[in-house]
Ligand binder design. Structure first.
Ligand SMILES: Nc1ncnc2c1ncn2[C@@H]1O[C@H](COP(=O)(O)OP(=O)(O)O)[C@@H](O)[C@H]1O
Ligand SMILES: [Mg+2]
Length: 424
């Protein structure tokens, strides 16, 4: 009966694409189909009645044995299907997938195995793996190359950024040079307009005095002639100063300004400035010079000192009335020469005070009086350059006091020469 059934199954499954193998519970092979023959290289008669272990690697044999001993069903055996293989007649390993189950027939338990030969699949898998490895290697190499390129790009980028920054700086420089040039041209034309306006009055004054001198010469009026000669001198002084301001502005703009220190006695210098400027004093106007430490010599730039004091003194005269007093004081304290010039003149309106050192700026209440608005700007430039300071206090219609602080290199004591409160 069994034989008949086995024959029946054998005929049914001989052509199956899977190998089919049946054993009893002890592993004795009962039946194999044709595919089993081709998978393992044995003829049917070489397998039937042999133990299935003939076809199995040791690891599986052990597992099956264990299952048998412990009465565990074949489905429950944990066989790693990924690396499963059978043993071919010639000894080589045949990669397979095996499906196991048991069935009962006539009170007997049999084990049925479906075996798929996956040699081709494994070969392909290996090929894929190899391709994969190659691919990974290639990706890795490409990655490395990309990293290098990336680094080079970053470097190039850095250089580019620096180049762009340099270009921007250069452009800015050109722009600021152009602006400076433009400003200078504007300034020159502004100044020329103002200066030519400023020149007109003293020139016509000189002309008048010269004509009068001619007239007085005929009458031999020496005193009057002297007065007009003084006036001509003062006008020429004034013109000179305007020209000097113009040249100074140019120097300050071109950064050509250099200090030239010499030893001098500030008291003597200020006295000579007052004597020079006296002819510009208005009717009954007076300058009182209060001096401290007149016995000291200092190291300072003489031309600049003259320019600073003359400008301030001339403003004090110009912006105050007849019959007024201008007080000038000088002292040396803590390595500083401190000069202050106080007048009781028109003062500087509060709103205009913050602009007073700006080039060409003239306060609202000074517009009727001649001027260029350059003097204070120049002396501020000088004083700043020397590391000093210039400040002022002013109340409109009451008066103005300018105070200049100049650092001095050294002070040398000379013979005692104290003179206080000289009035000119
Ligand atoms: N002692 C002063 N009293 C009143 N205003 C003054 C005095 N000094 C300067 N100022 C104001 O400051 C302005 C700028 O002075 P400055 O630069 O010397 O130019 P300028 O005297 O040619 O106008 C003057 O126009 C005037 O308005
Ligand atoms: Mg002035």
């Amino acid at each position: 009966m069994i034989d008949n059934n086995l024959n029946f199954y054998k005929i049914c499954f001989d052509n199956s694409r899977e190998g089919i193998l049946v054993t009893d519970l002890l592993g004795k092979i009962i039946l194999v189909n044709k595919r089993v023959e081709s998978i393992f290289g044995y003829k049917e008669h070489e397998l039937v009645n042999e133990n299935v272990n003939l076809l199995l690697p040791k690891s599986i044999r052990n597992k099956l044995k264990l299952a048998n001993n412990h009465n565990i069903s074949y489905q429950e055996i944990n066989i790693d299907q990924r690396n499963l293989y059978g043993i071919h007649k010639d000894g080589h390993k045949v990669p397979v997938i095996i499906g196991l189950n048991t069935f009962e027939l006539n009170g007997q338990t049999y084990v049925k195995a479906f075996i798929s030969d996956i040699t081709n699949y494994k070969k392909k898998e290996q090929l894929f793996r190899k391709l994969n490895v190659n691919l990974e290697q290639e990706v890795k190499t490409k990655n490395e190359e990309l990293k290098v390129i990336n680094k080079q790009l970053k470097e190039a980028n850095k250089i580019l950024i620096i180049e762009i920054q340099n270009k921007i700086i250069a452009e800015k420089k050109v722009k600021s040079a152009l602006e400076k040039e433009k400003e200078l041209t504007n300034m020159k034309s502004n100044f020329l307009t103002l200066a030519s306006h400023e020149f007109r009055t003293p020139l016509s004054g000189i002309m008048t005095s010269a004509t009068l001198i001619d007239k007085y010469a005929q009458n031999n009026s020496v005193e009057k002639i002297e007065k007009h000669v003084d006036q001509i001198k003062a006008m020429v002084h004034h013109l000179n100063r305007i020209l000097y301001d113009f040249l100074t502005l140019e120097q300050l703009n071109n950064n050509e300004f250099k200090l030239n220190n010499t030893n001098l006695n500030p008291f003597e210098l200020i006295n000579s400035i007052i004597v020079d400027i006296k002819s510009l004093l208005k009717k009954e106007q007076k300058i009182k010079y209060i001096v401290f430490n007149s016995n000291k010599e200092i190291s300072c730039d003489k031309k600049i000192l003259i320019a600073v004091i003359t400008n301030l003194l001339y403003n004090a005269i110009k912006y105050s009335h007849d019959n007024s007093l201008i007080e000038l004081s000088s002292k040396i304290r803590n390595k500083k020469l401190i000069i202050s010039i106080k007048d009781n003149g028109i003062g500087i309106p509060k709103n205009d005070q913050k602009h007073i050192f700006e080039r060409f700026f003239r306060a609202r209440n000074a517009l009727e009086i001649q001027g260029t608005g350059v003097g204070l700007n120049i002396i501020k430039g000088y004083v700043d350059n020397m590391g000093g300071s210039i400040k002022f206090k002013s109340i409109e219609n009451i008066g103005t006091t300018f105070t200049v602080n100049l650092p001095i290199k050294s002070t040398i004591k000379i013979e005692h020469y104290e003179k206080e409160g000289v009035t000119y």
